[in-house]
Design a protein around this ligand. Structure first.
Ligand code: GRF
Length: 202
């Protein structure tokens, strides 16, 4: 299967997926990586793996719609089976999401439905949560609101800070995201009637 990955930053999840494609854990290949920021380190990771990269700077577009139209065109030029959002820090328009619904995944650093949006680690600390985690979900029009496919959790210690939580959660992210991408690529994972379905018989 052919995957396009969208990033805005470090791209450590992208790296985990690149590694899993190279090791054969994921039955697929990344045909392009697109960033909205030219200095995203994930672009270097992609180049090191000989994956074509593109920067589409949102600041050069008059509106969200214009940006998303151009982004969709760029993605379509690779005809991907799956679009993977890996730290892509943009709110997507309804039109864009509808175009890729059922074939677009996101990873969000909270145990959804808790803490949609930003600053999830601090919010978990402020709430006194004993447990925190990360979710992979299909993308729908509701921000961080699509059907959850897989979650991993960690225990929150008294001494934890937002940074220490982020670090431990990243370790989990790098395990579950390649796993879910592989399920999708093998045809085990689909979105039907607004729900995520995992068929282990496939
Ligand atoms: C991750 O924490 C992910 O959950 C969130 O953005 C971050 C991306 O990290 N959506 P990286 O760029 O993959 O290192």
């Amino acid at each position: 299967k052919n995957i396009v990955v969208l990033i805005s930053g470090s791209g450590s999840n992208l790296q985990a997926i690149i590694d899993a494609c190279q090791s054969g854990q994921i039955d697929g290949r990344i045909s392009a990586v697109v960033s909205n920021k030219a200095d995203a380190y994930g672009l270097v990771r992609a180049e090191n793996a000989s994956i074509p990269t593109h920067t589409l700077n949102h600041k050069s577009f008059a509106s969200r719609e214009d940006y998303d139209t151009e982004l969709a065109k760029l993605i379509d030029s690779y005809q991907p089976d799956l679009v993977v959002l890996a730290g892509f820090m943009r709110i997507l328009t309804a039109g864009f999401v509808q175009k890729f619904v059922g074939k677009m995944l996101n990873i969000h650093p909270s145990l959804l439905p808790k803490y949609q949006g930003l600053n999830t680690h601090q919010r978990a600390l402020d709430a006194g949560d004993k447990e925190h985690g990360v979710s992979v979900h299909f993308v729908t029009e509701e921000l961080d609101g699509g059907p959850v496919v897989c979650q991993a959790s960690i225990d929150v210690a008294q001494t934890d800070t937002a940074d220490s939580l982020a670090q431990r959660i990243h370790v989990k992210e790098h395990i579950i995201y390649p796993l879910v991408v592989d399920w999708f690529c093998k045809g085990k994972l689909t979105m039907k009637n607004g729900q995520a379905w995992l068929d282990n018989k496939v």
